[in-house]
Design a protein around this ligand. Structure first.
Ligand code: MTE
Ligand code: MO
Length: 530
């Protein structure tokens, strides 16, 4: 009779030692099985769609499902890196699960197998449930999990190998077939590396929209921005520049991977409550003639004094004439725009038609839109927070009503109507800074889109309100720089700022949170003068 592991277990005199030497291999088995699962899934995802790979699909589902306060926390604390943190977290949890599954699999292979199947099912469901998902979106997770299961079994088998009879004495009877494991583990590791690398390479090659962006030549605008008044840019150290460089422009979106859409593949379908549905190509769009405008864009999630606001010189196609041409059915009060990855925004029709420069933007600061800012086409409506107006990678526009459709953030508790609030911030001295006594300019920005800034006032150490010197106003759609030339005296100081806009509204001191329609309150900075 052959003596198997199971028999030995019964007679083994020292159970605590049993299998101890195999555990690191079991952990490694779990990790390698997970790696090959992800590698194969990545490869299979290439023809199916970039959002179909399991980690991305689960991450995207997590973003959509996260309660608003958690999302706010992520935006506040990780900024634009929140997505890397999320993906890193998913991979860490996955690695931990894989290690545990490997260990459990040592005892009972069915648990290890069941665990990988479960992970595959979770990935498949998350992928199919994407707004752009289909049944095929399950394939990467399913094929990945099947490979992972086979690999796990192949690696666990040599860890549970019956040992030849002469070796079954003393601490050596652990049933580890080292050579067998090295082969199975080595093959799995190689398969994981090759499939993962090939998947990434193919995806990158397929997605090389950067190359097509480099070939885009935008025609000169028919209507240029400006000219800017001479003193629009104060040019003071520490003050944000009037135009935000594309690389520095804040970025907020739910996209885990930047959608890759070439102008050739792009089109915009305009439908719903219109006289006649219409689909326009990129060539047709820019053939309509471009306008160039300076517009400040802000995120509703921006806290008082926060960084999620930037200003650029945009190039785009006016939206109002296009909609008038297509014909809006009376009663339509909402324009729902959808991005290629399924995100939606709802914009009031009357706002788009009221004469402001609502546009389908194709250029930003003299270049085609950067990929992360919506290449090839995004929407932009001066005066509205981004979540109700600034759809990036926009491919679909439906004329409808607010009562019949709720867009992405409205479904999550944010307001349907969201004009950008009049606000101001202090750029320097920064909170907790130490500055030298003497002349210290206190500088910052103020904005009141569609209205324009009338006045900015500072209060130092709760003293009387002092009027700041304003830079020239470019347009009412842009922010405005300000400076207060201060003689700094040694000690701890606290400065507060408030703006008044041209409608006569003065910023309220009342602090409200960004949700549901934007923060209010006075920005402040406390610092030390030496
Ligand atoms: N496709 C898509 N467009 C989007 C978003 C998004 O999540 N997906 N976020 C919106 C929000 S909330 C803001 S504030 C602006 C930010 O634009 P930016 O990243 O170019 O600064 O984009 C808007 N457009
Ligand atoms: Mo936003």
């Amino acid at each position: 009779m052959t003596v198997t592991d199971e028999h030995l277990q019964v007679v083994a005199p020292d159970p605590p030692r049993r299998g101890r030497g195999r555990r690191p291999f079991a952990v490694l088995s779990g990790l390698l099985a997970a790696a090959v699962t992800l590698g194969v899934a990545e490869l299979v995802a290439v023809p199916i769609g970039p959002g179909s790979a399991p980690v991305l699909a689960v991450g995207a589902a997590a973003i959509d499902a996260a309660p608003a306060p958690l999302k706010q926390f992520a935006v506040d604390n990780f900024g634009t890196h929140d997505k890397a943190v999320l993906l890193g977290g998913i991979v860490a949890v996955l690695a931990l699960a894989a290690a545990v599954l490997g260990l459990l699999g040592l005892r009972r292979r069915s648990i290890g197998v069941g665990g990988i199947v479960l992970l595959g099912v979770v990935g498949a469901i998350a992928a199919v449930a994407r707004p752009v998902g289909s049944l095929a979106y399950a394939l990467p997770s399913v094929l990945g999990a099947v490979t992972g299961v086979l690999a796990l079994l192949a690696m666990l088998t040599p860890l549970r190998a019956p040992r030849p009879a002469h070796a079954q004495h003393g601490p050596g009877r652990r049933g580890l077939n080292r050579r067998g494991f090295l082969i199975a583990g080595g093959v799995t590791a190689a398969a994981a590396a090759v499939s993962g690398a090939a998947g990434k390479l193919l995806l990158d090659a397929r997605n090389d929209v950067g190359a097509s962006r480099a070939t885009v030549r935008l025609p000169p605008p028919q209507s240029v921005a400006g000219p800017m008044p001479p003193q629009t840019e104060l040019d003071i150290l520490g003050l944000s520049s009037f135009f935000t460089a594309n690389a520095d422009f804040y970025r907020v979106d739910t996209a885990l991977i930047v959608p890759q859409l070439s102008p050739r593949d792009w089109s915009l379908r305009i439908h719903g409550m219109v006289d006649a549905e219409r689909t326009i190509s990129y060539r047709e769009l820019i053939g309509r003639g471009l306008i160039q405008r300076d517009i400040t864009l802000s995120c509703v999630s921006n806290e008082v004094g926060g960084p999620y606001i930037s200003n650029a010189r945009w190039l785009g196609v006016p939206l109002a004439p296009l909609l008038r041409e297509i014909g809006i059915t009376p009663g339509a009060d909402q324009i729902v725009t959808r991005s290629v990855d399924g995100w939606t925004a709802g914009t009031p029709v009357d706002v788009v038609l009221d004469g402001r420069d609502a546009m389908l933007a194709v250029g930003m600061n003299g270049a085609p839109l950067p990929l992360s800012h919506g290449f090839p086409v995004r929407m932009l409506v001066p005066g509205l927070y981004g979540y109700v107006s600034a759809t990036k990678w926009v491919v679909d526009m439906e004329l409808t009503t607010f009562s019949s459709v709720s867009a992405y953030w409205q479904q999550r508790g944010w307001a349907a109507q969201a004009p950008i609030k009049t606000e101001s911030r202090i750029d320097t001295p920064k909170p907790f800074a130490t500055v030298a006594r003497g002349p210290v300019p206190i500088v910052g920005l103020a904005w009141a889109p569609r209205k324009g800034i009338e006045m900015v006032e500072l209060s130092i150490d709760n003293g009387p309100w002092l009027t700041a010197r304003l830079a020239d106003q470019d347009t009412t759609d842009t922010w405005r720089q300000w400076v207060y030339d201060w003689q700094a005296t040694p000690g701890n100081h606290m400065v507060r700022v408030r703006a008044t806009d041209k409608s006569g509204y003065r910023q309220t001191e009342a602090r409200v949170n960004p949700i549901p329609d934007g923060a209010t309150g006075w920005a402040s900075s406390a610092f030390t003068v030496r």
